[in-house]
Design a protein around this ligand. Structure first.
Ligand code: GDG
Length: 468
């Protein structure tokens, strides 16, 4: 079996199983595949050095080898905080108003991709299968080819692909997309993002797309497909059985004092639609005063990307918004929103999901969204909660039995919260059974196998997206 080489911006260093360390399904699934193929995971260490030396820090934990490098501060500013998170992230989430274009970002991005390529290339053997992840590393395949690599190289994008008319607002967009044509396989999360990608390639680059998703352009053939990522539902159910999860469950239930609980869990990011969600909840409180004091909304939002100023701004906005809602609606013994800027251990989250009657997952745009799937996996089959899900999350393609909403509409959010709070148990069970079937079917293992099988050439194209 050929080794798998995973390359991503950051490496999720496996926690020794003996330490009981909890990790997300993606990290666990990739670690399992790496262990099985005796492969390695390469990425940035998260540290900076005065000068880039390309010195690799190799570690082996629980049979998984990781290789990391330090970057220069300028690299981090231009590549990570710059082009990746201030240019591509907003643009790919349809926020051209927030996208910043700066020549230095583009050159820093290319420089770091070159540095990644020159550092990792000597570690790659001729039979290895190389799998590059996400928007930080779009041109890495091309850089590896320039160093003579003939291996099969695949690329998976975890975030949406924007419509062609937005994509063209990126200076040098053609150069970026052309750099992807050196991959053997390009994977997106959903058919919708895949369609946008195909549209760009045909309209802007003059390529053609065959019925099986193969792109043909300038005599080159690149396979493409939709590979919806999932969670490991078993791992999540196991987390629920831990003391930590039980304690979290008890704490939330006790503090709710028989009120209905609504939960949101998101990185603090404008793509997650938090402000719009707060406005929708406010509309619900205005329209349904009979629910005053009988429902409570817990929003967990650990800060992310603090170096990027837009993120500091949304943090201020949300502080104000939650304060205003609580000021307007709270009683002496009840606050409508509990807004928490801190992360919790995974098992704790599982307990919180289980204790909540509604999972409110309303991103304005999201490649997939794993929180929606985690909420479903954590429910009690005999008395499940209701998932309210944005139709603009990739996950809506599989979770059609959720209450699907337009996250920009306060009225739709308000109506969905009301419908969820009033939903009969039989209806909740009927919907949940469909949801859990989808979560179990499209799990992280099937995502990983599906991609690797096509990359290896064992399967010709991605499995068809099931109709919802
Ligand atoms: C990108 C794409 C795509 C959140 N708060 C805590 C915590 N989390 C965990 C969640 C979940 C993960 O973070 C977030 O995953 P998402 O999928 O919701 O979102 P992104 O971070 O934006 O991820 C996305 C994903 O890649 C995978 O392809 O689905 O569309 O944007 O697992 O549980 N985990 C812990 N404490 C927290 O407080 N432990």
């Amino acid at each position: 079996m050929s080794r798998l080489i995973v390359i991503s911006n950051r490496v999720s260093t496996p926690k020794p199983r003996s330490s009981g360390g909890a990790q997300g399904g993606l990290a666990v699934a990739l670690a399992a595949a790496l262990r099985e193929s005796r492969g390695l995971w390469f990425g940035w260490s998260g540290e900076t050095a005065e000068e880039f030396t390309g010195q690799i820090n190799m570690q082996r934990v629980d049979g998984v080898t990781t290789a990391t490098v330090d970057l220069e501060e300028q690299d981090v500013d231009e590549y990570y905080n710059g082009y990746a998170n201030r240019t591509l992230w907003p643009l790919f989430h349809y926020r051209i108003d927030l996208a910043e274009y700066d020549r230095s970002f583009g050159s820093g991005y290319e420089r770091v991709n070159q540095r990644f390529a020159e550092t990792v290339a000597p570690l790659i053997e001729p039979d290895d299968l190389v799998w590059v992840h996400d928007y930080h590393l779009v041109p890495l395949g091309q850089q590896l080819r320039r160093r003579g690599l003939k291996n099969r190289i695949g690329f998976f994008l975890h975030i949406p692909w924007p419509p062609q008319r937005l994509m063209v607002s990126l200076p040098f967009h053609e150069r970026l997309v052309r750099s992807m044509l050196d991959y053997d396989l390009i994977g997106l999360q959903t058919e919708e993002w895949l369609e946008s990608f195909h549209h760009y390639v045909t309209r802007e680059l003059g390529g053609t797309v065959e019925p099986d998703g193969t792109i043909e352009i300038d005599g080159r053939r690149v396979k493409t497909g939709a590979f919806p990522i999932g969670i490991d539902p078993e791992e999540f159910r196991a987390a629920l059985a831990t003391d930590e999860a039980r304690q979290a469950y008890d704490t939330l239930k006790r503090s709710a004092e028989h009120r209905k609980m609504i939960i949101g869990v998101d990185r603090l990011d404008y793509s997650k639609g938090l402000a719009e969600r707060f406005h929708g909840y406010r509309r619900f409180l205005e329209e349904h005063p009979d629910w005053s004091g009988r429902v409570s909304f817990l929003q967990i939002a650990p800060p992310s990307r603090g170096e990027v100023h837009t993120y500091a701004h949304i943090r201020e906005d949300l502080d104000q918004l939650s304060g205003r809602i609580n000021g307007a609606f709270a009683h002496v013994d009840w606050v409508p929103i509990r807004y928490v800027n801190q992360g919790y251990p995974r098992a704790g989250l599982a307990g919180f999901y289980r204790a909540s009657d509604i999972g409110l997952v309303t991103p304005l745009r999201d490649g997939m969204n794993l929180v929606a799937k985690e909420y479903v996996a954590a429910q009690d089959p005999d008395d499940p909660g209701v998932l309210i899900l944005s139709r603009f999350a990739g996950a809506a393609h599989q979770l059609g039995e959720a209450l699907l909403v337009n996250p920009y509409s306060k009225d739709e959010l308000s109506d969905a919260i009301h419908a969820a709070l009033s939903m009969e148990r039989t209806e909740r069970i009927r919907r949940w059974e469909k949801l859990i079937e989808a979560v179990n079917r499209d799990d992280v293992g099937s995502w990983l196998r599906g991609f690797v099988e096509v990359l290896r050439g064992e399967r010709t194209h991605a499995p068809a997206e099931p109709a919802i």
